[in-house]
Design a protein around this ligand. Structure first.
Ligand SMILES: [Zn+2]
Ligand SMILES: [Zn+2]
Ligand SMILES: [Zn+2]
Length: 319
């Protein structure tokens, strides 16, 4: 019978309690050891694997984890769900090599201007995508320092990808992986659910009141589109600002339109999807109350979706 543990408390921890419970190297080692095991690990095997000479110290730290991050069963110790999430977070950021990718040409065409090849790089957990010929969608001037966008590049757009996503993949595969990962995240966000923690999002539309982008980007907001979709998590640090079409992807008629044009909204193909879905017209009828129509065109057909203040689509015209 392992010592300690009987009085372990279960239940919800405050963030302070969780951080303080994890602030010890030996405890993280225990979690890692349990993550690598196929099933529950007996107390004596766990202690042997971790090679701690001081059994009192080992007991103490295991006891601290038990009841929340670690569960004790009749067959031994195993990770609880919160412990699994800690390990997932650690492993998503863990890579053996340098996680940066220097600017690299990839054989894709820019979905805005058709130039091929375009360039990608990977820094600070972001895939940056750059077009040598046009101004892209999101400006970089405002956060050039914060995101280390190279001086000589105009950013088409960027996508979040944990470092684990680059392991064993070529730059072109990293680009595709980031596209699909981002698509899955934004579909979840557009449903009002935080893709990182599942809590409620606060969603809004941000409108540039002096928007004038011509064929490039607007001097006022530095973006190509004047209506942006924003989602902030009520629980964690997730914070999204993207083109508004991402919010519309939950609309059934728009999905049907994409599918009718040979595009899979849940598993986007390369350029063709972006050429239709991230290359659209927007008409702001009114800012307060909000009324905006977005028009997507594929082949000779178009679909117009109008949203109101609720951010819901209130009218769809196809033809
Ligand atoms: Zn371009
Ligand atoms: Zn603007
Ligand atoms: Zn969250």
């Amino acid at each position: 019978m392992p010592p300690g543990s009987d009085g372990a408390e279960t239940g919800v921890l405050s963030p302070d309690e969780a951080f303080s419970l994890l602030g010890n190297e030996l405890r993280i080692t225990i979690l890692q050891e349990l993550a690598e095991a196929d099933g529950p690990v007996r107390f004596s095997d766990l202690r042997k694997a971790i090679e701690v000479a001081d059994s009192g110290k080992f007991n103490y730290h295991l006891d601290q984890l038990t009841g929340h991050f670690v569960e004790r069963t009749d067959d031994g110790y195993q990770l609880g769900r919160p412990g699994e999430r800690i390990i997932q977070a650690v492993l998503s950021g863990a890579v053996t090599e340098s996680p940066d990718i220097e600017p690299t040409s990839i054989e894709w065409r820019c979905h805005l201007c058709g130039t091929e090849p375009i360039e990608m790089d990977y820094r600070e957990e972001q895939v940056g995508v750059y077009c040598p010929s046009c101004e892209g969608i999101y400006g970089g001037a405002a956060d050039r320092d914060a995101t280390t966008i190279p001086e000589d590049r105009e950013r088409l757009y960027y996508m979040h990808l944990p470092p684990a996503g680059i392991a064993g993949r070529t730059p072109a595969e990293v680009f595709l992986t980031a596209s699909r990962w981002t698509n899955a995240e934004t579909v979840t966000a557009a449903s009002g659910i935080c893709p990182r923690c599942s809590a409620q999002l606060v969603e809004s539309a941000a409108i540039c009141r002096n928007h004038d982008a011509g064929d490039g980007r607007c001097d006022t907001c530095d973006n190509r589109y004047g209506v942006m979709y924003r989602a902030r998590c009520t629980n964690c640090v997730y914070d999204l600002e993207s083109v508004y079409s991402n919010k519309l992807l939950t609309n059934l008629e728009l999905r049907a339109f994409l599918i009718d044009h040979g595009l899979n909204p849940l598993h986007p193909q390369r350029e063709a999807f972006l050429e239709l879905f991230h290359h659209y017209d927007e008409e702001v009828h009114s800012v307060e109350p909000l009324a905006v129509t977005f028009t997507f065109t594929g082949d000779d057909e178009s679909i117009r979706l109008t949203i109101d203040d609720s951010l819901d689509v209130v009218d769809v015209e196809r033809g």
